[in-house]
Ligand binder design. Structure first.
Ligand code: SF4
Length: 444
């Protein structure tokens, strides 16, 4: 595998309650790719697996490789033991770069707490470290940082994107537009930026921020050790250091609200700014609501904002109706922060709403891949009869009867051979393939 950040599926097969929901799926998704997976039946199976919400009645075969590690083997270990043991940490560590937003994401939240009260629980440790480092940069900003900002701004082609990225890294996201306007001017840039950014310092106790950040680092390294026991990192080398963090952990248990208060306030500030950027109000009352289906779109956007700070390399989400605004924002943020996308949809409606979001399309019918194509080629010509019917918006209601082509009962092009024989997958090139007798039955 050339690129380590590739999610690689090899003959991946999933059985759920005696039903085969994925059959020998092969695909590679790099963290620069955006893939639309149209998956008529049981489309939640893949998200459940990637978010480690694995039912006892799911059986996995084949491979999912990520960072060169066999994820399927580790998931089987979770199932074999308990979901509380170190095996869960092992897989979480392998999959930490993959950020899954569920179709009904409000159900993953505590209904008795407001969004603002529980938001911190959804922030992974690496994202907390990232955010606290950004706060430290803001509080300690120097003339050198400002000079670098000015010179880097000149180098970037997409200047607006660069400024958004920079202001996120310096926890001054609320000043993105002001910074951008100053940088567009010819004169006194450095002085005007200094004046603006010095006033963003809040004077918070930096020692507390450093201690909290180092504690999260310590916890992250503990998880990493669980993932890779052979190469244990001797983090917290001295006994004193380990003691200090053990004490800090206890203090956090007793006074979590107080200790994490700075982080929670920064998080809220950051979330509100990103919500404003994504077209919501930045009034704090927007976070004073309880999770429910009515605010699903808002919750999806909150998770999207978390993704930016999580250093995640890939976003996995379900397409459901009425998420056009969410898709627009995924597209926008993907350009700035460079993450891959796997969107799982039941039909092809999203290709009419937002074709530009995707590089590739994969069509799965009854668990098997029937067509793979670059998005543009797929839109201009669908090869498989099922793909054509998807684009025509037709429903395919007749099931698979167990032999022959899986689409036989629905197919208006069916031939005698299709009834009892299974077609081979014909590969036209690395990215374009179809499984249908119309195109022959042997690879060249
Ligand atoms: S193999 Fe036959 S039944 Fe299956 S999709 Fe192609 S033409 Fe239709």
């Amino acid at each position: 595998m050339e690129n380590d950040n590739v999610l690689n599926f090899e003959n991946f097969t999933v059985w759920k309650s005696g039903d085969k929901v994925m059959d020998n799926v092969n695909m590679s998704v790099a963290d620069s790719d955006s893939l639309l997976l149209i998956y008529g039946k049981n489309k939640g199976a893949l998200q459940s697996i990637l978010s480690l919400d694995i039912d006892k009645d799911i059986d996995l075969y084949g491979k999912i490789e990520y960072h060169g590690k066999d994820v399927v083997r580790e998931i089987k270990n979770i199932k074999r033991y308990s979901d509380k043991d170190k095996n869960l940490m092992k897989v979480s560590e392998i999959l930490k770069d993959i950020f899954v937003i569920q179709e009904e994401s409000y159900k993953t939240m505590d209904k008795t707490l407001t969004l603002g009260e529980q938001i911190i629980d959804f922030i992974p440790y690496n994202a907390r470290i990232h955010m606290l480092n950004a706060v430290l940069r803001r509080e300690m900003i120097s003339s050198k940082d400002i000079e670098l900002l000015i010179s880097n701004y000149e180098k970037y082609t997409d200047k607006e994107d660069f400024v958004r990225f920079w202001s996120t890294e310096y926890a001054v996201i609320n000043k993105t537009n002001d910074i951008y306007h100053i940088l567009q001017q010819d004169e006194n840039k450095a002085d005007r930026l200094k004046e603006l950014l010095i006033f963003q310092k809040t004077g918070i106790d930096l020692a507390n921020i450093v201690e909290l950040r180092d504690f999260y680092k310590y916890m992250t390294d503990l998880n990493r050790n669980a993932e890779n026991e052979k190469n244990k990192i001797d983090y917290g080398k001295s006994k004193d250091e380990r003691k200090r963090f053990a004490f800090f952990k206890l203090a956090l248990k007793l006074n979590r609200k107080g200790i994490e208060d700075v982080l929670t306030r920064e998080l809220k500030r950051y979330m509100l700014e990103y919500l404003k950027f994504m077209g919501f109000t930045d009034d704090e009352s927007i976070l004073n609501v309880y999770p429910s289906a009515d605010i699903e779109l808002l919750i999806k956007h909150l998770f999207l904002a978390i993704l930016i700070f999580s250093d995640s390399k890939m976003l996995v989400f379900d397409y459901s109706k009425n998420i056009k605004r969410f898709l627009d924002n995924v597209n926008l943020l993907r350009k700035t922060f460079g993450f891959g996308v796997i969107c799982i949809a039941r039909d092809a409606a999203i290709l009419k709403t937002m074709p530009e979001l995707f590089d590739y399309v994969k069509i799965i019918y009854y668990g098997s891949t029937v067509e793979d194509a670059p998005e543009g080629e797929f839109i201009s010509e669908q090869l498989h009869p099922y793909s054509k019917s998807l684009m025509e918006g037709k429903k395919n209601i007749k099931g698979y009867y167990g032999k022959g082509c899986i689409y036989y009962k629905n197919c208006k092009y069916s031939m005698d051979i299709c009834k009892n024989d299974k077609p081979d997958t014909i590969n036209f090139n690395e990215k374009r393939s179809v499984t249908c007798f119309i195109y022959g039955n042997k690879n060249p």
